[in-house]
Design a binder for this molecule. Sequence first.
Ligand code: C5P
Length: 256
Amino acid sequence: FTVIDPDEGFLACGTTGKGRLGSIDLIEEIILDAIYALEKERDLAGKTVLITAGPTEEPIDPVRSITNKSSGKMGYALARVARRRGATVHLVSGPVKIDVPQGVAFYPVSTALEMQAQVEKLYRDADVTIMAAAVADYRVKEIAKEKIKKDSETLTLELIKNPDILASLGEHKNGFLVGFAAETENLTENALSKLKKKNLDMIVANNVAVEGSGFGSDTNIVTIVTENESLELAKMSKDSLADIIIDHIIKNGGTE
Ligand code: C5P
């Protein structure tokens, strides 16, 4: 048996208290967790998985920022699946509109520099690190202290390069390191060259120019690239893909 307690809040009888149906997300997660326990035998038990997700948000002034269209769905799917498969999961996330998955350690961040600082604190303890976040490549050099006025006809912002978090992890490699690559052409070649340049064990490349793939979508079309193999996968839900990515991490020795 698993008993899911009722929730607290406003009740149909007009009073407030404990007695209403638990959240559907929680019920779904508990059912899936039980299914995974039976079918996958918790093959990540005892392992720590560090995952980044979502966009970063780089401030311009106190009310404006530069960000991107990453929804965080892929990273959050990986976090949920890794936890169901028994891992201790650390999820470092930029600002997204998805509920925090049950049972994961959650570290909300905003900028690329905050993401880097948080990831570096957690990296040493991770057996597997999966960088699904869409980190901003540049940030505004001088963040205005006051809201910028619309006095001039043109406005120029000077941007400076953000650190490549993934590449810096690759420089002091620890455990199995997985990157993502959003490409619009020469998918496998570009992914393989990134794999080598950033010293990764695996890269999940998606063609963001194709419908049903990449930012915001519930589905993804990816090619999983390792040094010796390039595996083109059909379009599927990000939840199903998360399972396959983890299968491949295990197959490639990521949990040994
Ligand atoms: O080089 P590119 O940005 O295409 O690489 C994408 C991969 O690198 C993703 O895994 C992303 O999370 C990571 N990345 C990063 N820091 C950056 C840019 C990208 O960790 N500044």
